[in-house]
Design a protein around this ligand. Sequence first.
Ligand code: COA
Length: 415
Amino acid sequence: MSKALDGVRILDFTHVQSGPTCTQLLAWFGADVIKVERAGEGDATRGQLRDIPGVDSLYFTMLNHNKRSITLDTKKPKGKEVLDTLIKQCDVLVENFAPGALDRMGITWEHIQKLNPRMIVASVKGFGPGPYEDCKVYENVAQCAGGSASTTGFDNGPPMVTGAQIGDSGTGLNLALGIVAALYQRNTTGRGQKVLASMQDTVLNLCRVKLRDQQRLERTHTLHEYPQYPDGTFGEAVPRAGNASGGGQPGSILKCKGWETDPNAYIYLITQAAAWPAVCKVIGEEDWITDEAFATPAARLLHLKLIFARLEKWTMTKTKFEAMDILNKYDIPCGPILSMKEIAKEPSLRATGTIVEVDHPTRGKYLTVGNPIKMSDSSTEVSRSPLLGEHTEEVLAQLGYSAEEVAELRAEQVI
Ligand code: COA
């Protein structure tokens, strides 16, 4: 079977998480991704959070599947020459260095344009143009600057970051989409272009509903679906909403049987208006269907604490999976709080390739998260991440370097 990005060659100058997420996705779609790393250390994540001494970390392996790795010191003149050759022969350069690093290396947009006007140059940066454009940024900085932290957590607690890597992996996904769009546009213009995805922009994009609520709050001074309503107070900015549902359908996390010892014995339950009569029947409160204190969504917003306390009395008599089975029969939207242990074992996620077991020559078998995007005509086969410099000779030979030239580059510690 062919792949969507067959024939596309990517010069992967990325490191850590955001950039590698993007290029891994492109590799899964069939692009030939050549990861350029410094000899010796390589991508810093190879050695970070190691669970096996001397072996590429899971941090690295889980972000760099289906790529080839070459070592190259791009600050040495001969290394820069090799980089120039790569630029001439690749379609896309992807990088997520600190602002200005590529320019300091002499790899300016003008330089790239001269070598290959069809090249797409795609970058992740922490911030777009503005006061913070020169800053180095990691995940949690982006979550804070993009509006996620100020709107996450509980009303009486500090701002909170989330476990989902929305700033890193989220921005990598956006960049991949930008690259594919630029490749498509190149079909008609014949030109490359610069593609920028900033981490702050990505987080804000994912927090769109909170900017919606900011404007609602300024107009009406209240947000009826937030836990601060009706007894608490609202300030000038969107408050933290705890586990309240983000939409107009009230929801909450509720304890299930075993919660005393299992930190994940919980279920999320949404009292969607259409499902309200069914909710009442399930918990044995059929009177609430017609009781005017509960009969309409607006009336229920005044009594959410009482409603969810009653629902929890019911969920605490069931395991989260028993509750799921019962609630789903009535089309009541709900979801179990799944631990990573449970997710790792879930057969349906294995069957779809969302969780994949990979074999690695020095690590052995490990689990990874596969392609979240499934295509009927471009399947994804996840193959292990490359060892540092594993494909240096192979790639240089493809670029036209003779064995003698390669030996010379090695002797001069360029590769
Ligand atoms: N050969 C020679 N030099 C190389 C090289 C190679 N193959 N690869 C990288 N380098 C150099 C760079 O040119 C740079 O040198 P300079 O500082 O002299 O210009 C240097 O290595 C380090 O790059 P930098 O990006 O500054 O790394 P860092 O570890 O200090 O910072 C980040 C890491 C992530 C904070 C930073 O890269 C950044 O802010 N990136 C953009 C936002 C981002 O992607 N953040 C999320 C990461 S998950």
